[in-house]
Design a protein around this ligand. Structure first.
Ligand code: SAM
Length: 275
């Protein structure tokens, strides 16, 4: 049966182009176009929006984004084997899909920003997903070039992204995301939805930049969270010793006997600003 967008079913695309999934590239493909539409819809309206996608693979999510009306998709894919399949999608949507062959970790996304709004949507390769997210969260200027990030991660990473203080998953990633964005988990996706199925459940996370995050240097915030969570069971006077220990904590008006996981984002910002 042909798919709703008139393009061939993804199973056929994969067979025809011999796109057997490669583990080293984090290839777990989504073949159900209802599910890829659900992921794309999580990003909200795509009318007039340019979408940056990482890892389009055989193009399932890309097709959903285009069918939902994105003005354009700029997709970065490392695996050259996927390019002919993506060229078929590009032909079906003339002028609306640009594929860049390359490593997303080395791609200067800001340099690709066109006129008009940009959203990022991706089913990320698990081995580079967290690093890409951190890169998108760390630009000096804020708000960033993107209006939202809608990203598929392993569920455990999703839980770390949205975690708050006193939560088991709270750590450096939760502080960074909580400082600059409002993040929530939209829905889980079970392993069997992917080809091949990964070992664990996945989740779609949606992040929107805060208009006015608390003023702070990202580099200082990284330094305090790295030290504090590096020894998360210890009291902060101990774990922050190399950064000033008790004196730093007193300056930031934080009890030196507390532990990293009990500090709110606002308190971490206070610590960073007291360095
Ligand atoms: N978007 C497709 C889907 O949802 O079915 C594929 C998702 S698959 C989880 C991850 C994709 O990212 C693969 O196509 C893989 O080749 C690609 N990839 C892996 N590492 C990459 C990198 N460093 N830069 C760009 N793409 C990468």
């Amino acid at each position: 049966m042909a798919a709703l967008d008139g393009l061939p079913p993804l199973r056929d695309v994969i067979r025809r182009h011999e796109l057997d999934a490669r583990k080293a590239l984090g290839q777990n493909f989504l073949l159900d176009l209802n599910l890829t539409q659900k992921v794309a819809r999580t990003a909200g309206s795509l009318e007039g929006v340019t979408v940056f996608e990482v890892g389009p693979g055989p193009g399932g999510l890309t097709r959903a984004i285009l069918a939902l009306g994105a003005k354009k998709v700029i997709a970065v894919e490392r695996d050259a084997r996927c390019l002919p399949a993506l060229a078929e999608v590009a032909e079906h949507y003339p002028g609306r899909l640009e594929v860049i062959e390359g490593d997303a970790l080395k791609t200067d996304f800001e340099a690709l920003v066109p006129e008009g709004p940009v959203k990022i949507i991706a089913n990320l390769p698990y081995n580079v997903g967290t690093q890409l997210l951190v890169n998108w969260l760390l630009p000096k200027a804020w708000p960033p070039f993107w209006q939202s990030l809608t990203l598929m991660f392993q569920k455990e990473v999703g839980q770390r992204i949205v975690a708050h203080e006193d939560d088991d998953h709270y750590g450096r990633l939760g502080v960074l995301c909580g400082w600059r964005t409002d993040a929530h988990m939209a829905f889980d996706v079970p392993p069997q939805a992917f080809t091949p199925p990964p070992k664990v459940t996945s989740t779609v996370v949606h992040l929107v930049p805060k208009a006015n995050p608390l003023p702070c240097s990202a580099e200082r915030l990284e330094r305090v969270t790295q030290a504090a969570f590096g020894q998360r069971r210890k009291m902060l006077r101990q774990s922050l010793k190399s950064l000033g220990g008790e004196a730093l904590l007193v300056k930031a008006d934080i009890d030196p006997a507390r532990r990293a996981e009990t500090l709110s984002v606002e308190e971490f910002v206070r610590l960073a600003n007291s360095l």
